[in-house]
Every structure is written in C-alpha cells, then in structure tokens.
Design a protein around this ligand. Structure first.
Ligand code: NAP
Ligand code: MG
Length: 739
C-alpha cells in the first residue's frame, strides 16, 4: 500500500486536467522538500474506458483500473487523495471519447446502441461502468464538508462579482409536477437486520421478473423506492411548453442527466418528444428503427438522421417545431444549440444558479437575455429554486459585498440516497407492480406501474447518517453557526431520516447550538433571510441537495463554486480533498484550443492541497507538511488579496500565470517562515529567483496567447504536447528544476 507521506493527485478531464499539467510540477517540487511524495492516478473518462477493456488490448496499451484501486484506498486510514472534477459522461460524450481513442489506435468496439447479442451486451455493460457519475460514488467513502474559506468571502467583499439586477416584473418561474412524481410516490422503510433485497417486476398476468437480486442492506439502513409516472410527466411537459409560449418566456428543462444517468436521460427524452410532437408522430417509428433515441438529445438526433432517406424532412420538422413552440433557452445561440440538444449540456445544479445570478434570465435564440420558465419535473427540490427566485423578485439581487454564507454538510458516504442509485433504476417494461422484497419474500414496498414509468430505489446506511449528524454538530460548534437539516416531514424518506437525526443528535453535546429541522423550501427561505442580513447558516442536507446547494450558494456569494473548500473526512480516517464544487468546464478547453488561453481558476486545487498537507502532517506526524500547509494558506490569502486569478480575457494572466503567482507567494512564505530553518534555506534562493524574474516569466507565459494550441486530443491529450502547451515559460521551468 501507500507510504505514510504520500498524496495521490488525480488526472481527470478537460480544464482541470489541463491545469494539472501546469500546477502539478510546482506541487511535486515543493512537496519533495518536505519529504512528501506525490503520486498520480488516471481516473479520466478515457482512462476508465481503457481500463474497462484492458484484457482486450495489447500489453503496451493496457492501463490499470486506477479508480478501483483508489476506491479500495478510500476505505483505508492512509488515504490522502486530491480529487479533481471529472467528466460524468452522457452517451454522446461517451461515444465521442470512444471515437477519439479508436483514432488514437486503440482497437475498441463501437458503443452498442441497441445490443442484441451477448457480446454486445457485455461490451455495453463495460462501457456503462464508465458512463455518468462513475467516479464520485466510488471515492466518497465519507460525508461532505464544503464551505467558502474566510479568505474567499473576504475577496468577494473586496471585489464583488457582477450580479444581474432583478425586477419585480420578472416572469421567471419554476414549474414542477408536485404529484405523480418521484417525490410524491416515494415509500421508505428502515430495515431491521442485514439482508439482501431483490427488485421484482410482477406483470399484470402474475409473471415475475427479477430485475436485481443483490441489493445488500445493513441493519438500520433506510431503503426507499419511488417512480415517475410517465403519462403524467408527458402531460405536464406539454402543459409547460404551452405555458411558456402563452407567457412569452424562454422554455428550459433542468435535470441531472450525468449523475442520475439512468433516470434523467429518459426524462430528458420525454421533454424532447413533448417539444416536437409532430416530428415524433410522423417519424418516431423510423427513428426507433434506426436506433436513434430522443434521450441522447436533439443534437445527436439531427446528426444521425442526416443520412436517413427522410433526413431533410426530419430536419424541416425540427425547424417547424422550434418555430411553433415557445422560444427555447439556448446553450449557444450562435451555433443554434438549444437546451434540448445534449442531455449533459444543461445540468440543474450549475444552470439554475447561473440563471439566478443573471437576473433570472437565460439566453434566447436571438442572443438576448430573457425571462424563462425553468422546468424541473420532480418536486423534491424544485421548491428551493422557486424560493430563491421569489426572494429576488421581492427583494432584488443579493449583494456579494454584504451577504452571508450558506456552507454545507452533506450526507454522501457509501453512495447515500439518490447518488449511485442507477443500478437500481429501471424503465418499467410492462404494466404491473414493482416490488422491493426482503430475502424471505416479504414485500417492503410496492408500486402499481405502467410501461415506461421510471422506477428507482435508493439506500442510505445508518453509519453514514450517524457520521453526518456528528459532522453537522462538529461544524456548528467549530464555526459557531446555526445548522439547519433540510428535511421534509411530509416526504417518506425524510421522515425516517428525521427520526434518526433526532436520535443521533442525542449522542452529542448540543448545548448552546442552534440546530433545526425544516423542509427544503422553508429552510432555504430562512437561510436567505439571514444571508441578506450578512448572517451564515449551515445547510445540512442529503446528497442531492448537497450537490445543488454547493453550487447555488457559492455562485451567488462568491461568483463560482470553484473557490470552495471541499473536504470529505473519510469514515475510516483518511481524507479525500475535492477541488471546488464545480465541474470540468468544457467551454474552457475550447478556448484553450482556439486561442491558447485557459481561464480555469485553480483556487479549489490550492485549498484542497493545503487541507491535504495538513491532514498528512497529522497522520504521518510530519511537521514539514504542516509548514507547507500553513505557508500555502497564507500564499493563497496573498493570491486572493492581489487578485491573481485568471483574468478571463486574453492579454492578462490565465491559469498558468495564476500558478506562477501562487508558486511565487508560496516560495516567499516558505523562505520567510521561522518554524523550519532548513526549509527556509531551501526556498530562499527560489523565492529570490522568482521574485526577480516576475516580469520575464509573465511575459513568457502571456506571449503564447492568441493562436491555436495543439494538445493532441480532447479526452486523451498527448502528454508531451499538453506539457509543452501548459508550461511555456523556460525561466519558470528552470527555476523549479533548481530546487
Ligand atoms: P461546470 O464544469 O462547473 O461548468 C459551469 C461553469 O462554471 C463553467 O462554464 C465556468 O464558467 C464555471 N467554472 C466551473 N469551475 C470553474 C473553475 N475552476 N474556474 C473557472 N470557472 C469555473 O459544470 P457543468 O457544465 O454542469 O459540467 C461539466 C462537466 O463536469 C460534466 O461532465 C459534469 O458531469 C462534470 N462535473 C464533475 C464534477 C466532479 O467531478 N466533482 C462536479 C460537477 C460537474 P464560465 O464558462 O463562465 O467560465
Ligand atoms: Mg454540483
């Protein structure tokens, strides 16, 4: 296993991967001085695909399954993993990655769209392990602790980001079903003994089909099941399309097709069908026969139908549908990419806050901002966004210079709640009943369902809940801040959670702390009222709201979720340090490739690294690692104070320039500290050298901007090319090498 003083840094995808080419050499050079080794593991989408087919590739192309290795490590006390954001691939992204790897000479099979042979099914199953949210549930063997560090709040107050004004005539609203959806149909049980459950479909004629027979549960575990009534969903979508048209607002759909990789692409597909009823009436059969699924989005559909006999007519029907329907919210109006083009383009947690930050607007087909109807079919959490929108309509935009903060303690350990529930999600094959059964045949939950309904079960371990409650109390105490559990006593799952929360709160000293339980929309209203007064409120939430809230509040408070401190204290003692709360920013890669400018902000990496050194100092009893942590913290403070994040516009420093400044301030702190004279002596010359060469280095870094950059691949860049692109300053490279 790992040596005591080892940190694992992850190679992931897109912008964070590119940033790694520039930042990792700095980390390695500095860490080595403290006897800390930094190893890397490749958990990128491309790496995961190659690992899944390792046995079918020649020896020199085989890669190990790094994700499985890290998953095992996360259960051990020596784990110290820095996890950067990775692609949660939708089917179109997965296919694009496969094509790129094939072009790079890997003999991989195509993605079987509709597998009919055993071999195809096996291939498909392997690819599906790399699809959607495949990484986080494996690594997150602990609950989540996310907050904006004081230095970041300080920065936001000093340099408030732009917030679009809100008007009381804003027509923006959230539409949600409120009945016949996942929230309303939910059933929840607490199992009293360890068991293995099964999921069984009982057809109308009594025929039983076991869909899954290995759902392992532990005593005290909360197990839920629920379903989306698809007929109701389709009526709802059709009504909302008409409503958006009548109210003359943009129509947009907000789902999480990446994380909820089985259910949400299906819901998305229904939205595509509802928007283009004529198209699917006329050509639905032909599309199905050609293996084209609306679940992959309008973009894939238009692309795949180009070569069909009716290709032109289909494109015309799409154009007509866009003409007849309400104006569609656009992902890129210049390229004609609508909200319904790619299922992973509009992800609820990032898209809703971006809209709220922009006056409740999205972009219309004419390239202008406009009010919109945000359609969030399931009502579990839609009310949270409506609450924020109503608050902005009544009271105007928030003021980053004065507003308080909403940190989060999230229930996440062991794939709690909806996370990772895709192995228990099914599109119902035929009318009948879906049952969740104990091993002795007892029916724990049962739902009457129709074909096409989306049924799912999810699990939450008692141990995870207990640890979550403890983390909430610890944080409330450490920051002397009220904590609110966002739980709804009218929802089946939450009722069981509330009971456990009340019990486990009894295990802790909560004297003098304010700890409350409120339904999500109410908890949100309470936190917003406080935020306007500059007060902080910890949101203690389940897994999905953890994801949503740690984009929502940071984006409003500090402009982006990239600046979050995001720590996962692993249940078995190790540490998982995530970098920010945002994703892999695909747009940033396009900009790098076209004009050699990377606007990715690595603040999340800086915070994660300091927390990782600090954890290592304690675990490995390495005081030098503590010096690295303390000096890095101070360097990051200076970095924020002097505003050295990427400027976002060509001409100023980008990601690479920001890494140089971090290296400069960090070396200066190390040279100047008095806890470790040897370290100070080691960094003295470097600090001098970097200080003296500042102008030279910045000009070398900035000189490359403005022309295209070749990194030799999108999903699997060429290491040498990416290295050359991301490290263009010889002066900086030589200085680092001199350490
Ligand atoms: P996203 O990558 O967070 O992008 C949304 C926007 O946030 C970006 O376009 C960018 O805004 C901004 N942003 C995020 N991180 C930033 C950073 N460090 N520096 C500067 N700006 C930053 O969200 P998404 O588009 O919904 O998801 C993209 C991919 O990331 C998906 O494959 C998704 O599954 C994955 N994802 C992974 C994780 C994870 O591994 N933890 C979490 C979330 C999403 P501007 O365009 O205005 O610069
Ligand atoms: Mg998120």
């Amino acid at each position: 296993m790992l040596r005591m003083s080892t940190i694992i840094y992850t190679h992931t995808d897109e912008a964070p991967l590119l940033a790694t080419y520039s930042f990792l050499p700095i980390i390695e050079a500095y860490a080595a001085q403290a006897g800390v080794e930094v190893e890397t593991r490749d958990i990128s989408l491309a790496g995961r695909i190659l690992a899944a087919f390792a046995d079918r590739l020649p020896a020199d192309q085989q890669v190990p399954d790094a994700l499985a290795e890290l998953g095992a490590l996360a259960e051990r006390p020596e784990a110290n993993i820095i996890k950067l954001p990775n692609i949660s691939a939708s089917v179109p992204q997965l296919k694009a990655a496969i094509t790129e790897l094939q072009q790079q000479g890997f003999d991989l099979p195509d993605y079987p769209e509709s597998p009919s042979t055993d071999e195809d099914r096996e291939t498909r199953a392997r690819y599906d392990t790399a699809k959607g949210s495949a990484v986080n549930p494996v690594l997150r063997q602990g609950n989540s602790d996310r907050r904006a560090p004081a230095a970041v709040k300080g920065y936001a107050k000093k340099y408030p980001h732009r917030m679009g004004a809100w008007s009381s005539d804003s027509k923006t609203a959230v539409a949600t079903m409120g009945k016949d959806d996942f929230r309303s149909n939910e059933l929840s049980v607490v199992v009293d003994a360890d068991d293995t459950l099964s999921i069984v479909h009982v057809a109308a004629d009594g025929t039983e089909t076991v869909l899954k027979d290995d759902v392992k549960v532990l005593a005290g575990e909360v197990v839920d099941s629920t379903y989306m009534d698809v007929a109701a969903l389709r009526r709802f979508l059709t009504e909302q399309i008409a409503r958006a048209k009548a109210e003359d607002v943009l129509f947009s759909v907000h789902l999480k097709a990446t994380m909820m990789k089985v259910s949400d692409p299906i819901l998305f597909g229904h939205a595509v069908q509802a928007f283009f009823p004529t198209l699917f009436d006329q050509y639905g059969e032909q599309l199905r026969a050609a293996g084209i699924s609306p679940n992959d989005g309008l973009g894939a559909l238009l692309n795949a139908t180009k070569d069909l006999p009716d290709g032109e007519a289909i494109a015309a029907a799409v154009a007509q549908g866009l003409e007849d329907g309400p104006r569609m919210a656009m992902v890129d109006d210049r390229k004609g990419i609508t909200n319904l083009h790619v299922p992973s383009d509009v992800i609820i947690d990032a898209s809703m806050p971006a809209m709220i930050r922009t006056s409740g607007h999205m972009w219309g087909p004419d390239g202008q901002e406009a009010d919109c109807l945000a359609v969030i079919p399931d009502s579990s959490y839609a009310g949270v966004y409506q609450t924020v929108i109503s608050d902005c309509q009544a009271n105007g935009a928030y003021d980053p210079a004065t507003m308080g903060s909403v940190p989060n303690v999230g229930l996440m350990a062991k794939a709690a709640e909806e996370y990772g529930s895709h192995d228990k999600t099914f599109e119902v094959p035929a009318a009948g009943r879906m049952e969740l059964r104990a091993s002795d045949g007892t029916v724990l939950t049962a739902h009457e369902v129709q074909p096409g309904d989306v049924w799912r079960a999810c699990q939450t371990k008692d141990e995870s809940i207990r640890d979550w409650v403890k983390l909430a109390v610890t944080r409330a105490r450490a920051s002397d801040t009220p904590a609110v559990f966002w739980l709804d006593e009218t929802r089946a799952h939450d009722t069981n959670l509330i009971e456990k929360v009340r019990t486990y709160l009894g295990d802790h000293d909560t004297d003098g702390l304010t700890i409350e339980v409120m339904a999500p929309a109410e908890a949100c209203a309470y936190s917003l009222e406080r935020i306007r007064r500059g007060e902080d409120t910890i949101s203690v939430t389940g897994n999905v709201l953890r994801d949503y809230n740690t984009d929502l509040f940071p984006i409003l408070e500090v402009g982006t979720s990239a600046k979050m401190l995001s720590v996962v204290p692993l249940i078995n003692g190790g540490g998982l340090f995530e970098t920010g709360a945002g994703g892999s920013a695909p747009k940033h890669v396009q900009q790098l490739v076209s004009e050699n400018y990377l606007r990715w902000d690595s603040l999340g990496e800086f915070f994660a690294l300091a927390a990782s050194f600090e954890h290592l100092a304690g675990y490995a009893d390495n005081p030098r690692a503590q010096v690295l942590a303390d000096t890095l913290d101070r360097a990051t403070g200076t970095f924020l104070d002097r505003d050295k994040s990427p400027t976002r516009k060509i001409g100023g420093i980008d990601n690479r320039g920001s890494h140089f400044y971090l290296a400069l301030y960090w070396a200066q702190e190390l040279a100047g500290q008095s806890d470790d004279a040897e370290l100070a002596a080691a960094f003295g010359p470097l600090a001098e050298r970097l200080t003296a060469a500042e102008d030279q280095i910045v000009s070398e870094l900035n000189a490359v901007q403005g022309s295209p950059a070749d990194i030799g691949g999108y999903f699997r860049p060429d290491g040498e090319k990416a290295d050359r692109v991301m490290r263009p300053s010889a002066t900086l490279n030589e200085a680092l090498a001199s350490l």
